[in-house]
Ligand binder design. Structure first.
Ligand SMILES: CC(C)(COP(=O)(O)OP(=O)(O)OC[C@H]1O[C@@H](n2cnc3c(N)ncnc32)[C@H](O)[C@@H]1OP(=O)(O)O)[C@@H](O)C(=O)NCCC(=O)NCCS
Length: 180
C-alpha cells in the first residue's frame, strides 16, 4: 500500500471514516478542519493511499500543551526548573478499522514523532504526550512511551516520550520508532 501523510485539506473525504470509536470519528468529521483552519488549536495529519488521494485512512492531531512537573516521574524532571514542561500533545490518533494492523498506526505515529523533533528544534518542547486508552497503552509502550504518575485504572493513561529518546531512535538502526 503506497501511503502518503499530509495535513488535512478541506475537501478530504472523512464522512466514511470509521475507526470503531465514535468520538474519534466525530472529531475528524466535525471538528478537525475547523480546529486547524479557523481557530488554530490543533493540526490534523491524514494518511491517504495514492490511488484514492482524498479518502482518509487514518489521522492524528497535534497541539501544544504543558504538564505540571510533579506529574512526571521524579527521575525524569530532576534538574529541570520548577515550571510546567512544554510539550507536544498527540491529541488523537486513529486508523480506519478496515485498514488496521497494516502498519498505518506505525506510519502515523512515526510522522508525529518527526514533527515533534522539529518543534523541539524550532520552538522547544521536552516530550510528546498522549492520553492512551487502557487497551492501547501496550501499543504506545512498544515505542518507548512511559506512563505519567497518578493515573487511575480504566481511564486514559497519560504517556510520554522524551525528545532525546526520539532523536536517538531517529539516528539509530535500533530505533523504537522502527518496527522490530
Ligand atoms: C491504535 C491504532 C491507531 C493502531 O493502528 P494500526 O494501524 O492498527 O497499528 P499498526 O498496524 O501500526 O500496529 C499493529 C501492531 O501493534 C500490535 N498491537 C496492537 N495493539 C496492541 C497493544 N494493545 N499492545 C501491544 N501491541 C499491540 C499488533 O499486534 C501489531 O503488531 P505487529 O506489527 O508486530 O504485527 C488503531 O488500532 C486504532 O485506530 N484504534 C482505534 C482508535 C484508538 O484506539 N486510538 C488510540 C487512542 S489512544
Amino acid at each position: 500500500m503506497a501511503v502518503t501523510i499530509r495535513r488535512l485539506e478541506e475537501f478530504d473525504e472523512v464522512e466514511s471514516f470509521d475507526c470503531g470509536d465514535a468520538p474519534l470519528n466525530n472529531y475528524l468529521q466535525r471538528h478537525a478542519w475547523i480546529n486547524q483552519q479557523k481557530v488554530s488549536i490543533g493540526v490534523t495529519y491524514v494518511a491517504l493511499e495514492e490511488s484514492a488521494p482524498r479518502a482518509v485512512l487514518g489521522y492524528f492531531t497535534l497541539a501544544t500543551s504543558s504538564v505540571a512537573r510533579e506529574q512526571f516521574p521524579k527521575k525524569y524532571v530532576r534538574g529541570l526548573p520548577p515550571y510546567e514542561l512544554p510539550l507536544v500533545l498527540l491529541a488523537r490518533l486513529a486508523v480506519d478499522k478496515r485498514f488496521s494492523g497494516r502498519g498505518l498506526g506505525h506510519a502515523l505515529l512515526s510522522e508525529a514523532l518527526k514533527i515533534t523533533l522539529r518543534v523541539a528544534d524550532e520552538v522547544g518542547c521536552r516530550c510528546i504526550i498522549t492520553d492512551a486508552y487502557p487497551d492501547k497503552a501496550g501499543w504506545y509502550a512498544r515505542y518507548g512511551f512511559l506512563p505519567l504518575e497518578g493515573a487511575a485504572a480504566n481511564h486514559p493513561q497519560k504517556m510520554f516520550l522524551d525528545v532525546r529518546t526520539i532523536r536517538r531512535a531517529s539516528t539509530s538502526a535500533s530505533s523504537p520508532a522502527e518496527k522490530e
